[in-house]
Design a protein around this ligand. Structure first.
Ligand code: 7PJ
Length: 278
């Protein structure tokens, strides 16, 4: 059956799974020299990720790791926006901004972001209104609780149904605010308020989310669910990360968010070659 492409699919060109490369923007140094070095190093990382086959670069200025502290809007803008501007000046690549703050979203949109990636699914004040004024895609991620406490005691009546219910509600809220459904990308949020078993259940049943007929994003790269299972430190999780990337893509994930772009592109190319023969 030929499926009509959503505008997110068109804007992001995601008929086959695409790799989103993660660019970490570390806290600003106080000296101008430090800032220059930071942008410079971000640009060379981005250049390498593009060479390696990334089609989207995701920039995050707020750590959402379990237990992370809050960053204020002004600091987040100062971290992220100069890097966005520098990338858009140098490269023809879709840049995604990983943020939950309306002010950061507004600045990102003005400065050429091609996607907003919100782990809080536009639940913070003013976010839906800002997104309604633009026409770029928005990734709505599911999280139970908030980063500081989300891993304390995750509880669900039914994991998959509860996440689907959350998506239905968030899509409806977006619709009411004037954000067209066709702009939405969904992400069940691996590691965000889920136990180890729940994270693997989510991966086992990832295909269930295809029922929304919207592009799906999966972020599993180097996460604790891999490290805990395999007993591997963060820098030893490549094989585990690739395996999860392939499993998610095989179940319909259209954007795979990763640190190791080159290796993930290779793995997905194998999957695509198999899919073409199936
Ligand atoms: C995700 C994210 C994810 C989306 C982070 C980490 C934590 N955005 N931002 N999905 N994870 N959409 O990379 O370990 O899974 S930050």
């Amino acid at each position: 059956m030929l499926k009509t492409r959503t505008c997110a699919e068109q804007l992001l060109d995601i008929q086959t799974p695409q790799v989103m490369g993660i660019l970490n923007v570390t806290p600003d140094s106080f000296s101008d020299g430090g800032k220059f070095t930071q942008i410079d190093s971000a640009l060379s990382q981005v250049e390498q990720m593009i060479i390696d086959g990334a089609s989207i670069i995701d920039i995050g200025g707020e750590s959402t790791r379990p237990g992370a502290l809050d960053v204020c809007e002004k600091d987040e803008i100062a971290r992220v926006i100069p890097v966005l501007i520098a990338i858009k000046q140098r490269f023809d690549i879709v840049v995604s901004i990983d943020t939950s703050k309306a002010g950061v979203m507004a600045e990102a949109i003005t400065n050429g972001a091609g996607l907003i990636n919100d782990v809080r699914a536009l639940q913070n004040n003013g976010c839906t209104a800002i997104m309604a004024q633009s026409d770029i895609p928005i990734c709505l991620m599911h999280m139970q609780g908030l980063p500081r406490t989300m891993q304390v005691l995750p509880q669900y009546i039914n994991l998959i149904d509860d996440i689907k219910k959350f998506f239905v509600e968030r899509i409806e809220q977006c619709n009411q605010a004037g954000i067209n459904r066709q702009r939405i990308v969904l992400d069940p949020g691996f590691g965000f308020g889920k136990t180890q078993a729940q994270n693997y259940q989510l991966l086992a049943q990832f295909a269930d989310f295809q029922s929304f007929n919207l592009p799906l994003l999966a972020g599993l790269s180097r996460k604790s669910m891999i490290g805990n299972l395999l007993n591997r430190e963060v820098d030893e999780r490549l094989a585990g990360s690739l395996t999860t990337a392939v499993l998610a893509a095989q179940q319909g994930a259209k954007i795979i968010r990763v640190h190791d772009v080159k290796e993930t592109v290779d793995a997905l190319n194998i999957l695509n070659a198999v899919a073409e023969q199936a």
